[in-house]
Write a protein that binds this ligand. Structure first.
Ligand code: EPZ
Length: 419
């Protein structure tokens, strides 16, 4: 039974060879619901074959979309026949990104009825900025019995200043505004690569979104979007995971199909810690032979060091000489994985949004669990550098976001198997 599956990792191997990065999860889970706005067939390539993508595709099918897999990484979606703007609890509870259904259904029908979404638990995960954006477009938003009710006669272009930099709110507002009359301006927008990817997808389908990747995005409403073909960008976080794995375990790994620009904050931190990083056009090579040295990591929105690599960075800092710190600058509570890492001998003290990490000679293998997606990936990397055997349980978190994780790691020399 899948729930009883575990990953068994024997630590100590160096990582050597080549690995190819998949399409970006957080771009795919925005681009796929964006197909709701399109009249005609969208062919979306380079989607990662992971659980979160399967779930969001299933949601679209339940809403009435016709979906055809061309191969495991290419899908054709036709949302012409979507007949409802209601997404019930059972449909959306399985993932956070289901809140993109609100923006997409609003953009299509001027109304949406979507249950409050699920997702990784990082403390409070408010959606006030999403609601602020929708209301500015003239939408009446009400929360009743755990359901978001959003409705407008027409969507009117607007200017909104986001009080916090939010990936989700920026994407949701773009989705809702893409067919609104006039030009909507989002100030203090998120600049993450997946925001840019969504804008590029919409533009490829006939939208007029400018400035994505900067903190001011301008969306000039268009009458309609028509079908086309689009290829999802490589996954920044998966690439960063393999960069950190190579630096932590030592060895020499060429990470292919990446956009090095998206990884500048990670590259800089690895170089500071004395790993070697070489950038190519669409690949990054990470190697290490000497000792890692301590560093301080602060996570902030893009182009800063990504919060989604914070648990992975913690494993790396465990291997570094000296005392390092991590300051979590995005989420209130993202250190749940630390207790698991401590079972493996990590010396970490957490106080509020800060972790102080004392380097250790080696971690030691132990039974642990994946507490969330990136926390789970961190346990796997900890297993690779630990002495002896680490068994990781609760793999459903990891399977949500990493395509062929253990196969890719085994391909570069890790001793890892799923049983
Ligand atoms: C996205 O979540 C990602 N998920 C997360 O990755 C990632 O950790 C996060 O962005 C930050 O980069 C997807 O793209 C599906 P936010 P999102 O809105 O959009 C506060 C992973 O591991 N906030 O940018 O939900 C919020 O509390 C996942 O792949 C408000 O205050 O994050 C947080 O402190 C986990 N009000 C900060 O903003 C709001 O209305 C950033 O959240 C919205 C957010």
């Amino acid at each position: 039974m899948p729930a009883l599956e575990k990953l068994v990792v024997t630590g100590g191997n160096k990582l050597v060879g080549e690995v190819t990065i998949s399409g970006a999860k957080n771009a795919a889970v925005a681009v796929i619901p964006a197909a709701i706005l399109v009249e005609g067939v969208c062919r979306i390539e380079n989607i990662p074959a992971i659980k979160d993508v399967a779930i969001i595709i299933e949601m679209l099918e339940q809403l009435g979309a016709i979906v055809q897999y061309i191969d495991k990484n290419t899908v054709e979606i036709d949302c012409t026949k979507i007949h409802t703007y209601t997404a019930p609890y059972e449909m959306v509870i399985r993932m956070r990104a289901s809140y993109y259904l609100v923006g997409a259904l609003l953009g299509r029908f001027n109304r949406a009825k979507v249950a409050f979404p699920g997702g990784c638990d990082f403390g409070v995960r408010p959606i006030d900025q999403h609601i602020k954006g929708f209301e500015a477009l003239g939408v009446k938003v009400q929360m009743k019995h755990g359901i978001i009710h959003a409705a407008a006669d027409t969507l009117k272009a607007t200017q909104v200043y986001m009080d916090v930099v939010s990936v989700g709110a920026t994407i949701n507002l773009i989705l809702a505004a893409v067919k609104a009359k006039g030009t909507t301006i989002i100030e203090n927008a998120a600049k993450e690569p997946h925001v840019v990817d969504l804008a590029n997808f919409l533009n490829a389908m006939g939208a007029n979104v400018k400035g994505a990747g900067t903190d001011v995005i301008k969306i000039r409403g268009v009458e309609r979007l028509t079908g086309g073909t689009y290829s999802i960008i490589p996954d920044q976080i998966e690439a960063g995971t393999f960069m950190i794995a190579a630096a932590a375990a030592g060895g020499d790994v060429l990470i292919k199909n990446v956009i090095p620009k998206h990884l500048e904050s990670v590259t800089a931190k690895l170089v500071e810690m004395k790993a070697n990083v070489e950038e190519y056009d669409d690949a990054i090579r990470v190697s290490r032979t000497g000792k890692l040295v301590k560093a301080n990591v602060k996570t902030i929105p893009y182009p800063g060091f990504p919060t989604d690599l914070q648990p992975l960075a913690a494993v790396l800092l465990c291997m570094a000489e000296g005392t390092s710190t991590i300051t979590e600058g995005v989420w209130d509570s993202r250190f749940q994985y630390v207790d698991e890492l401590k079972r493996m001998g990590a010396k970490i003290k957490v106080e509020g949004r800060m972790a102080v990490i004392e380097g250790v000679e080696r971690l030691s293998g132990a039974p642990v669990k994946a507490v969330d997606l990136r926390g789970g990936a961190a346990m796997v990397i900890a297993g690779l550098v630990g002495e002896g055997i680490t068994e990781i349980r609760d793999l459903s978190h990891i399977d949500r976001g990493y395509e062929y994780f253990e196969e890719k790691l085994a391909g570069i020399g890790a001793d890892i198997r799923r049983i």
